[in-house]
Design a protein around this ligand. Structure first.
Ligand code: PLP
Length: 348
């Protein structure tokens, strides 16, 4: 079972590289990526796309890495031009890794990872590229090999449609090479022990067997639908959700339409209207739990998730809950969001 799951998961990452699977949350997989490739005091470049980029930065700092955190407004994705100029300035090649969150779940922003790869190449820099695809994998097109990603970090509980509890690292040859000389302390997260055991379908410790069975089923679901059809479904549902938000006259957190996330839409409540009070009313009246604003967006925004095993009627129900909630919470808005969304779903 392990051998087939470890092989069949590769097309979802669009890779031929080895993938290790930990019984862990996504945070564990973040840590595994860093401790296997880096040494204490190494410099890493990270970009502030939202709460999860910030948490990854905090984890890197706690591990003793020197982080250059490029600040941003939580409304834009990774700026590849800034990455390129930072790398060009680093003529001594002190930066060992560039870390980016593909889909920032807190702000609903999908960054252009191919552009980040291009920036590293243009700067002729040797830094590793590490990408968090925790909330994008299986919902957005993700290309570990084509984009030259060295470590992809993923988790089970989002696009893979499973409960939490599996953390993934897809590992390039270059990252494996870096692992040979990396001196960060590590034990549980060691890639070498994991890869050695995986060759025969074993693990160096007890795997999350039940979740691996689930993963096998999730892979079958992707195979049945066809990965590109899955991405198209999320694009269609996400666009319908955004049309509803725009028709209500509310503002989407992501300021650049090219970076809209097809996984989650984060929406500002109007000035003076607490997003958590609104969420509370929706929960109380309609038994529907909207995502909260995290970190800097706390109380200012709510999130509509449309990832994973999700379809037209689930979206229609969700948007109905939001529209009724807006009225119940007396949040100024225009009617017609639901019709705008449904029209898009039928037109397509
Ligand atoms: N990165 C992203 C983009 C996430 O959405 C999350 C969780 O929501 C994490 C990292 C952290 O993962 P976990 O909570 O599984 O440790």
């Amino acid at each position: 079972m392990a051998l087939s799951v470890l092989e069949n998961i590769k097309p979802i990452f669009k890779t031929k590289c080895p993938i290790v699977v930990y019984p862990s949350s996504g945070t564990g997989a973040w840590e595994a990526a860093l401790v296997n490739t880096l040494s204490p005091g190494d410099k890493v470049l990270m970009f502030e796309t939202g709460q999860f980029a910030t948490l990854w930065r905090n984890l890197a700092v706690d591990l003793g890495l020197e982080v250059d955190f490029i600040e941003s407004d939580w409304r834009h994705g990774v700026d590849a031009n800034v990455i390129e100029s930072k790398l060009k300035e680093d003529s001594a090649q002190n930066i060992k890794a560039v870390c980016a969150v593909h889909n920032e779940t807190s702000s609903g922003i999908a960054s252009d990872i191919a552009a980040v790869r291009k920036a590293i190449d243009q700067a002729k820099h040797n830094a590793l590229l590490m990408v968090d695809s925790i909330s994008s994998l299986g919902s957005l097109d993700y290309r570990h090999d084509d984009w030259g990603v060295d470590v992809t970090i993923a988790g089970s509980q989002k696009g893979l449609m499973l409960p939490p509890g599996l953390g993934f690292n897809a590992i390039s040859d270059k990252a494996l090479k870096a692992c040979e000389t990396a001196t960060m302390p590590k034990a549980y997260w060691r890639w070498d022990a994991m890869l050695e055991n995986n060759k025969n379908g074993f693990f160096p410790f007890t795997p999350a067997t039940n979740l691996l069975y689930g993963l096998g089923e999730a892979i079958k679901m992707f195979e049945e639908e066809g990965l590109e059809n899955t991405f198209a479904r999320h694009a269609r549902l996400a666009e319908a959700a955004r049309r509803a938000v725009k028709a209500w006259g509310l503002e989407i957190v992501c300021a650049n339409p090219a970076e809209y996330s097809n996984v989650v839409t984060a929406v500002f409540t109007p000035e003076g209207h607490d997003a958590d009070a609104f969420r509370g009313i929706v929960l109380e009246r309609f038994n529907m739990s909207l995502g909260n604003g995290l970190g800097k967006l706390a109380g200012k925004a709510f999130r509509i998730g449309h990832l994973g095993d999700f379809n037209e009627l689930m979206l229609a129900g969700t948007l109905s809950g939001v529209e009724m909630g807006l009225a119940a919470a007396k949040i100024p808005h225009q009617k017609g969001g639901i019709s705008a969304a449904l029209a898009h779903l039928v037109d397509e």
